[in-house]
Design a binder for this molecule. Structure first.
Ligand code: PRX
Length: 679
């Protein structure tokens, strides 16, 4: 653990030589091969590493030595790896630390139990304020082992997929880690998804085991989680067992495949032998939206993901031993995976599991929690900050926030007003704000203002600097790399890094086509970005048909798929439009079937219901507009660009309409646009 106390300068020492060799010596010559024994760092190559930019340079130019040294130092291996990386971006083949074997749960728990068993690993900030529960590393190990043994008793084996549909809680974290202990692959589904969305993900993963809770509690309300699982499981023939933990004392109906988790785990032993996993064995699947109606199960593997989550957690947030890290994301999203669970625990940290909402029981909840738990790093979403800003400063200022050292945001662009309020009011102009850009696909933070020297400038509302080993490039429409600064383009990453996703579960072709075909030999992020005069990056938004509602990704095709199920809808087109709190909201245009007459407010309510049933509540459209026809090209493609400009009231920016089939469609739609599109 001593390395956690070291300042960033120590990262440099990590890549310092263990044995030096003059260029041309046998040791130096071996460094050109891929054998682990060959790339012991040499003094001469590091002579230039004196500052952050030089270290970044080093991490790019000598990526193998950089990541190899980190992997050896930061992770605890059962057997050492023999190659650092073996990647071919053209084919989407990505492999790191092959030959090595390790166990993720050992890295996240056991090694800390040896050094500091009574350190608090988890602080469960339950929905009811003031009722937090602390779990030490020793307790987390026992819990994890008991769940692991319960899974084994149900026949779960290495490589089996386990779906976890639970709110943030110690038992949910123990379930994730229990999977890693026995080599099972977890797939956590956000507990706000509907039964159908859950079923689709269980079917795709072919999971035989589901873990859930009887109910959930959020914002003072009871949510019937088990009931949703029951509905989902009816659609999934693969499921053999449902383990049910108790969040409340209320009884729920249990069938013959349901197993009361706490009762069973108490019959099991408190120790479970960890399975030695290969670096590239599957660790987890996490479903996210692409530009089609079918969510994709992104695959992350053991060592590379864990290393990247750990190192980014440590350096972006300047996390030190003893700090309390408060990331309020749900465990059902990648942020919860990397910065509630894996990064903090692998670093031996104390991590908060937030079960509630930012406004329960009042809009001071976050800051009252910061005061009570003495949180040092607070990591949240711009949408919540925009919401809290509206309630005024008093809810913040009435709580002592002197423990805070770093603030962070993630998931969507943060506007200047929200950034300024977060920095000035929440952080009292003392805490650097990390606007972190990354994705489910990247595994961890790729662009953020830190690491940098304390004195380095932070530009408001900008992610700014690529992390070590991250090589962003901007491309034009023709696939040409854009050079120089003060320029915008498609954001790609030119070099592999350990945290990147390895494939889409059961669909490697889709993986290659989505991420590696558009710009050969580069990972395409799907986002646009601007590189400022000073070379800093700012994310400008998605370039595909993905929208971002309250920081949650959603394909417009998914919304349309649900809307088109309504009996009166002939066809639809969903787009994202600006929303004051949510960042983006969905705006749906529908064409009714012939002869149907229905009031807009009635169909709006019915469509909201369908979308919430088919996907989740957060996905429901804010606006539904009935139109006679959709603007289409002569070949029948919907011109969404035109719809977006109409909703933004930028009629002078409609662009080239020569391919538009029927110009009256545009005029009709302009006349009927709803709401204040600026909101
Ligand atoms: O469009 C970008 C946006 O969120 C997308 C990734 O979503 P997801 O995989 O769900 O992961 C969210 C949490 C990491 C990105 O393609 N995004 C994420 N962070 C930012 C952002 N947009 C602007 N600024 C950010 N800091």
């Amino acid at each position: 653990m001593s390395w956690l106390r070291r300042p960033l300068a120590s990262l440099r020492s990590l890549v310092q030589p263990r044995r030096s060799s003059a260029p041309g010596s046998p040791l130096a010559r071996r460094s050109s091969t891929s054998s682990i024994s060959a790339f012991m760092p040499e003094a001469t190559a590091l002579a230039g590493v004196r500052d952050y930019p030089a270290l970044r340079q080093f991490s790019l130019q000598q990526a193998e030595r950089f990541w190899g040294a980190l992997a050896r130092e930061r992770l605890c291996w059962i057997s050492p790896f023999t190659t650092v990386s073996d990647c071919d971006l053209a084919l989407g083949n990505i492999r790191w630390f092959e030959g090595g074997r390790l166990n993720v749960s050992v890295n996240c728990i056991d090694r800390h139990v040896h050094t500091c068993p009574d350190r608090v690993a988890l602080i469960w900030e339950r929905d009811e304020p003031g009722s937090q529960v602390r779990i030490t590393y020793r307790q987390l190990l026992e819990m994890t082992c008991r769940v692991a043994n319960t899974l084994k008793r149900q026949g779960v084996r290495k490589g089996d997929r386990v779906t976890i549909y639970m709110p943030a809680s110690p038992i949910a974290v123990a379930s994730m880690l229990a999977c890693t202990r026995i080599g099972a692959v977890h797939t956590v589904v956000f507990a706000g998804f509907s039964a159908e969305a859950l079923a689709g993900r269980i079917q795709d993963a072919q999971a035989e085991t589901v873990i859930t809770t009887n109910q959930a509690v959020r914002g003072g309300r009871i949510i019937e989680l088990k009931k949703t699982v029951d509905q989902a499981v009816k659609m999934c023939s693969s499921v053999k067992h449902v383990l049910v933990a108790k969040r409340t004392e209320n009884e729920v109906p249990m069938s013959n495949i349901d197993i009361p988790l706490e009762e069973e785990m108490m019959k099991e032993e408190a120790f479970c032998d960890p399975v030695a996993m290969e670096s590239e064995d599957l660790l987890f699947l996490l479903y996210t939206s692409g530009s089609t109606g079918k969510p994709k199960g992104l695959v992350h593997t053991q060592a590379g993901y864990l290393l990247y989550a750990t190192v980014t957690h440590r350096y972006v947030f300047d996390y030190h031993d003893g700090d309390v890290f408060g990331c309020v994301a749900d465990i059902g999203w990648i942020t919860g995976h990397s910065y509630v669970v894996y990064g903090p625990l692998c670093n031996g940290g104390t991590t908060v599991l937030f079960e509630s909402t930012p406004v329960y029981p009042n809009p001071g909840r976050y800051w009252e929690m910061v005061e009570r738990l003495k949180i040092n790093q607070f990591y949240g979403a711009p949408t919540a900050i925009r919401l809290l800003l509206k309630y005024g400063d008093a809810w913040v200022k009435s709580h002592d926030r002197s423990s805070l050292k770093v603030l962070g945001t993630v998931g969507e662009p943060i506007n200047s007003e929200a950034w300024d309020w977060y920095y000035r009011v929440v952080g009292e102009s003392k805490c650097p704000v990390m606007d972190t850009w990354w994705q489910t696909e990247t595994g961890g933070i790729c662009i953020a203002p830190h690491p940098a020297t304390r004195e380095a400038e932070i530009v408001p509302a900008m992610a700014m600097r690529p992390f070590f080993g991250i090589n962003p490039v901007l491309m034009d429409d023709q696939g040409r790399k854009l050079m120089g600064n003060n320029i915008s383009g498609a954001l790609c990453i030119a070099q592999p890094w350990p945290g990147m996703a390895r494939t889409i579960y059961n669909d490697h072709d889709r993986f290659v086509n989505t991420y590696y075909k558009p710009y050969p030999n580069h990972f395409f992020t799907g986002d646009g970005a601007y590189r400022s005069e000073k070379g800093y990056y700012q994310i400008t938004g998605r370039l595909d048909d993905v929208i971002n509602i309250s920081g949650h990704r959603l394909a417009t095709a998914e919304i349309e798929g649900a809307v088109n199920l309504h009996r009166v809808v002939a066809e639809s087109a969903a787009i994202g439009c600006a929303h004051e709190i949510k960042g983006e909201a969905s705006y749906v245009f529908i064409v009714l079937k012939d002869g149907i007459d229905i009031a807009e407010h009635i169909i709006t309510e019915e469509l909201k219901h369908i979308v919430s049933q088919k996907i989740a509540k957060y996905a429901v459209p804010d606006y539904v507009q009935i139109v006679k026809r959709l603007p289409k090209t002569r070949s029948g493609k919907i011109m969404r660009r035109v719809l977006r400009k109409i909703v933004e009231q930028k009629l002078d920016e409609l662009g080239d309409l020569t391919t538009l089939d029927d110009h009256t469609a545009v005029q009709e739609i302009v006349a009927g646009v709803q709401g204040d599109p600026k909101e």
